[in-house]
Design a protein around this ligand. Structure first.
Ligand code: PEP
Ligand code: MN
Length: 355
């Protein structure tokens, strides 16, 4: 492990830290005359990195060496492949989830489920519990929404991804969801992360809009540490000074995560863009950066949508986007997981060039 220390520490001030390192089982050696770069030799433990990061004399852990946390891609660690319904994320598999922002009514949900299935997509998204900025905005249909999701699942066979907001609802949501979503506002809700980690269902963890990549990975660590290995990370845009797009899609983070973790990483271009005209190019950018999939908001009448109508694309646009994903995945030898009844969309659809 390589650790960078605070500037200007006197010898005797370094003693407690060096003693701690030795107690943890490391040999210690300074790599520079200024005694700021400390190399620790010996086999690490995954609790050591944060132990040292929390030390007041440590500026940063530059290289974690052998002390792998559960999310880290060790030399011999294969990609984690997360399977939801018939779709696979990771290990060369790219998959898509699509559907409305919120569950609104049964007929619409069923229509959209059949529509996304027609595009080859086998996972339906839709929030029954909605995390809204204002308490006066539509909060979702709650249990009634979950019942609609369950009924559509039973009718069509489509897999369901839906969000949980409250640790007390995890059991209920897990009965309906094939994939449990923790949204950006709850990305650092540690009791919720632990609870979904115990729920026995795959987890879709979105990056907090103000979270660093390291904080995001440590949120994933809570789920993994609770015994759940089926975690899919989702970059959905972070806050910035510019309001041209709703958030800034951090494609650099996608590329970094694809390299540094064995977990699948997907992109949500809908919440990043906040505008339907930019969903397709951002989806393409995410896949080119190495994302293992997409989650997309779709609506058949966005003007009346009860949340996020401005960023919802049509089912026709979803078809185009699915074709893009098939093409981009094939460029580096990956494959798009489509429903068995749609082994390839390309054969049957002429493609529009991107504007
Ligand atoms: C959503 O998926 O509708 C949602 C609220 O997402 P996020 O947590 O990324 O804002
Ligand atoms: Mn939404």
């Amino acid at each position: 492990m390589l650790v960078r220390l605070r500037l200007g520490l006197a010898s005797d001030e370094l003693d407690p830290l060096l003693a701690l390192c030795r107690d943890l089982g490391y040999g210690t050696r300074f790599l520079d005359e200024g005694r700021r770069l400390l190399e620790l030799s010996g086999r690490g433990d995954r609790t050591h990195r944060t132990r040292l990061e929390d030390h007041p004399d440590v500026v940063e852990v530059v290289d974690a060496g052998d002390s792998h946390e559960l999310h880290a891609r060790g030399a011999d660690r294969p990609d984690t492949v997360v399977q939801i319904g018939g779709a696979s994320f990771g290990g060369g598999n790219v998959a898509i989830a699509a559907g409305p922002c919120s569950v609104e009514d049964y007929d619409r949900l069923l229509h959209l489920a059949r529509g996304v299935q027609d595009c080859g997509v086998s996972i339906l998204r839709g929030g029954a519990y909605k995390p809204r900025t204002s308490p006066y905005s539509f909060q979702g249909l709650g249990v009634v929404g979950l019942e609609m999701l369950a009924a559509v699942r039973a009718e069509t066979g489509i897999a369901i991804v839906t969000e949980v907001l409250d640790p007390r609802d995890v059991e209920l949501v897990a009965e309906v969801a094939d994939w449990i979503q923790v949204g950006t506002r709850n990305s650092s809700n540690f009791p919720l992360l632990t609870e979904v980690g115990r729920a026995g269902k795959p987890v879709l963890l979105k990056r907090g809009f103000g979270a660093t990549v390291r904080e995001f990975l440590l949120s994933a660590e809570y789920v993994l540490d609770a015994g759940n290995e089926d975690v899919v990370l989702c970059e959905r845009g972070i806050r910035s000074f510019d309001s041209t797009t709703r958030n800034i899609l951090d494609v650099g983070a996608v590329a970094h995560l694809a390299a540094e973790t064995h977990l699948p990483v997907i992109v949500d271009p809908s919440h990043a863009a906040g505008r339907r005209d930019l969903v397709r190019p951002l989806a393409r950018a995410g896949l080119v950066a190495g994302a293992d999939g997409l989650i997309i908001e779709v609506h058949d009448d966005p003007a009346t949508a009860r949340s996020d109508g401005e960023q919802a694309i049509s089912l026709e646009d979803l078809r185009e986007l699915t074709l893009d994903a098939e093409d981009i995945a094939s460029l580096d030898g990956r494959r798009l997981s489509l429903r068995p009844s749609n082994p390839s969309l390309r054969a049957s659809t002429a493609k529009e060039p991107i504007q």
